[in-house]
Design a protein around this ligand. Structure first.
Ligand SMILES: NC(=O)c1ccc[n+]([C@@H]2O[C@H](COP(=O)([O-])OP(=O)(O)OC[C@H]3O[C@@H](n4cnc5c(N)ncnc54)[C@H](O)[C@@H]3O)[C@@H](O)[C@H]2O)c1
Length: 446
């Protein structure tokens, strides 16, 4: 089938690479000419494991094309996927300006019958808005072309996006149009060998499903983080509590790891957007507000703990912190709403210097932190430790899981480790001579 994908970020480029891998002819359209130039050279402009080779192979085989011109992308396309960003606006609502701009361009450019598929995460009612914009533009052109707007939210997660796209748990399709549903079933069939994974529903339900899924996951994270905070106060161990509750099949082990709160390009903005939707609908979203408040507190939690630790020693001013991991989670270069940024903002505003290392996100982080002269990016995880007063682990990269602790101890001014991801065993760290602080461990457990 001939497909057009608009927006070649984490969702658009992964979708395009996977659809072209299955033999479809896919043209990617992006407004950013630099992104298109790099893709044409076979370089993915984002980091996602396995993506480079998939893009290069399909580009070389002529099934994957890149352009800044939507008219080229829509030429003979059966379906167009909108995969542009939907960031949070200042009031927390979803900023639909990119989606609306694409809808307008589609209306100005389409030449034949088309199925417009919205893959971006968008509030309920957006498909109607997209439809209205396209109609408005077609009227201006005195054209009456048949088209449908379908909601097909994406559930991939960065860091494992190819796997998620290739083997999805489900594919949600929101449409009342049988032809559209048939087309979507056809292009997703290669990704659903084992069983029928397509769940067809109304457009509004599909739009809501994406927010409900992300908010449910964010709720699990805030829940376990709240329990972890409580464990610290009452002398319990959240690792044991997690094992104890996760073994209940109704609860499960997934997404109940205590840590530094959720970040990234989706959960924070999607929780905010659903709160906004609820308020507009006249509902007070008490649970979602609490999920967000707990998360904001959790993201700064380690910074507060570090300040409290150094308070009897004259505070953090003039001291240096080695910080491991800048990306919002492992296996991505994405810095959007990363916990590292909250910690850095808090500690540098109190005069602490940060020497940070990240194996993949360092480049993106350096751009974001360019104005903060208190932050230095180190070339290696050990270099970050040289002469620092403490080490804080923020992101759970594999290379941080079993480091050379003797080397760390020899490089730090004092053997002091704050672990925001619970990567190490408190007993072993004690044996190694470290003062060790992790998440959710009460005094009685240390
Ligand atoms: N990143 C994720 O893990 C993830 C997962 C599921 C769903 N989503 C949702 O998917 C959508 C896209 O997210 P993303 O992380 O891929 O975004 P992104 O910011 O990585 O990429 C968006 C791309 O769209 C391009 N763009 C913007 N306006 C355009 C226009 N008018 N025409 C053509 N290109 C345009 C940008 O240049 C950019 O390359 C969002 O709604 C997001 O919430 C993201």
């Amino acid at each position: 089938m001939k497909l057009c994908i608009v927006g070649t970020g984490y969702v658009g480029l992964v979708s395009a690479a996977c659809f072209s891998e299955m033999g479809n002819d896919v043209t990617c359209v992006d407004v950013n000419p630099e992104v298109v130039r790099r893709l044409e050279r076979g370089e993915a402009h984002i980091y996602e494991p396995g993506l480079d080779s998939l893009v290069q192979r399909n580009f070389k085989d002529g099934r994957l094309h890149f352009t800044t011109d939507l008219a080229i992308g829509l030429d003979n396309a059966d379906l167009v996927f909108i995969c542009v960003g939907t960031p949070a606006d200042e009031d927390g609502s979803c900023d639909l300006s990119h989606v609306e701009a694409v809808a307008r361009q589609i209306g100005q450019t389409m030449q034949k019958e088309l199925v417009v598929v919205d893959k971006s995460t968008v509030p309920v009612g957006t498909a109607d808005r997209v439809r209205a914009i396209i109609v408005e533009e077609l009227i201006k052109r005195s054209l009456k072309l048949p088209f449908d707007v379908v909601s097909n939210p994406e559930f991939l997660k960065e860091g494992d996006a190819i796997n998620d796209f290739m083997k999805p748990d489900r594919v949600v399709v929101g449409t009342h149009n049988e032809r559209s549903a048939r087309l979507l079933r056809e292009i997703y069939a290669p990704f659903a060998h084992s069983r029928d994974k397509l769940i067809v529903m109304g457009v509004r339900s599909a739009e809501m499903t994406k927010y409900a899924a992300n908010c449910m996951l964010a709720t699990k994270i805030s829940f376990i983080n709240e329990i972890a905070t409580l464990c610290e106060k009452v002398g319990a161990n959240v690792r044991d509590v997690r094992a104890g509750i996760g073994s209940d099949r109704r609860i499960g082990y997934h997404f109940i790891y205590p840590g530094m709160g959720y970040g990234g390009s989706c959960f924070p903005k999607d929780v905010k957007a659903l709160i906004h939707t609820a308020r507009e609908a006249g509902i007070h979203p008490e649970l979602l507000e609490a999920v967000e408040a707990v998360n904001v507190r959790q993201k700064r939690g380690m910074a507060v703990r570090i300040r409290e630790y150094f308070a009897p020693q004259g505070g953090v001013e003039g001291k240096t912190l080695a910080l491991w991991g800048l990306a919002f989670k492992a296996n991505t270069d994405d810095m959007r709403d990363a916990a590292s940024l909250s910690v850095i903002e808090d500690l540098t505003s109190h005069g602490m210097r940060i020497r940070a290392f990240d194996p993949i996100a360092a480049h993106n982080a350096a751009k974001i932190l360019a104005d903060n002269y208190m932050v230095e990016i180190a070339d290696s995880q050990y270099e970050a430790c040289r002469g620092a007063h403490a080490l804080l682990v923020v992101t759970e990269w594999n290379q941080f899981r079993n480091p050379d602790f003797d080397r760390i101890r020899s490089l730090l001014i004092a053997p002091l480790l704050f672990d925001g991801r619970n990567l190490y065993s408190p007993e072993r760290m004690g044996e190694r001579g470290f003062a060790y602080f992790c998440v959710g461990l009460g005094e009685a457990q240390k």
